[in-house]
Design a protein around this ligand. Structure first.
Ligand code: ADP
Ligand code: ADP
Length: 235
């Protein structure tokens, strides 16, 4: 089952006279339940690709389909926000938690924005706090938590709306080796428990050891693919 398909994606940035071809003709398929790592040096186009998939920016050319719906024009409001809340969970290097809210309030927020009733919110928040192993931390604010614990909150918040696709931009970028290992294990367990599709953009080789498939990007092109575990079914 295909979750997302990108066809002949191009992205050119113009700074006055200067044009930067950040992505050149990228074809990409993401399958249900797979963890895909996208690796490449700084400036190779990783963030640009993630931004296009997440409708944070518009492609210059090409098509993006998620669950067979064409979304490459959804970078404009209100479609972008709607698309993101329905299809995409995001996690970042710096967690992006709301620091004046407790752990449970951070988790409740996306559900409140979706107009879920308070009983559902309470149940889902409890379930996701357990899934990331943060029982007992419900009333704590993020600054009292370690980096690894904050990233757990961010993971739970990203997945609580049950998005078909989780996008992670350098999720281990601020964590030491041991904590990265712990976070990657949690992401892996959630991938399996929820049959979650995950795309991780990273230059951290440790991440690649957890991925089912690794794509290498160089100068805006996919130059290599390493498949550990195929999720493409019979294809
Ligand atoms: P990576 O995430 O792999 O470091 P990026 O996608 O951030 O790579 O960048 C790819 C190329 O596009 C780089 O040459 C970068 O400088 C350029 N770039 C990225 N965003 C912009 C922008 N908004 N305006 C101009 N150039 C950009
Ligand atoms: P990363 O470390 O994940 O590669 P960057 O620091 O390169 O991220 O970029 C962060 C954000 O800034 C991205 O949304 C990217 O598109 C934008 N950006 C990157 N390079 C430029 C640039 N030269 N001009 C304007 N925006 C840029």
């Amino acid at each position: 089952e295909i979750v997302l398909e990108a066809i002949k994606l191009r992205k050119t940035y113009s700074n006055g006279e200067l044009k930067v071809e950040a992505l050149k003709n990228i074809d990409l398929t993401i399958y249900k339940g797979e963890m895909l790592a996208i690796m490449g040096a700084s400036g190779s186009g990783k963030s640009t690709l993630l931004n296009l998939i997440g409708a944070l920016d518009a492609p210059s050319d090409g098509t993006i389909k998620i669950k067979n719906r064409i979304i490459s024009n959804y970078h404009k409001e209100p479609y972008a926000t709607q698309y993101r809340s329905e299809y995409i969970g995001f996690i970042f290097q710096d967690y992006n938690l709301l620091k004046d809210l407790t752990v449970e309030e951070n988790l409740a927020l996306p559900l409140i924005l979706m107009n879920k009733d308070s009983k559902t919110i309470k149940e889902e928040v409890g379930k996701y706090i357990d899934l990331v192993g943060l029982g007992g931390k419900e009333k704590v604010r993020p600054y009292k938590l370690s980096g690894g614990q904050q990233q757990r909150v961010a993971i739970a918040r990203a997945l609580i709306t049950n998005p078909p696709l989780l996008l992670a931009d350098e999720p281990t970028g601020n964590l030491d080796y041991q904590t990265s290992e712990e976070i990657l294990n949690i992401i892996k367990d959630l991938q399996e428990a929820l049959d979650q599709s995950i795309v991780i953009v990273t230059h951290d080789p440790q991440v690649a050891t957890f991925a089912d498939r690794v794509l290498f990007i160089h100068n805006g092109k996919i130059v290599n693919e390493y498949v550990k575990k195929a999720k493409a079914g019979d294809i």
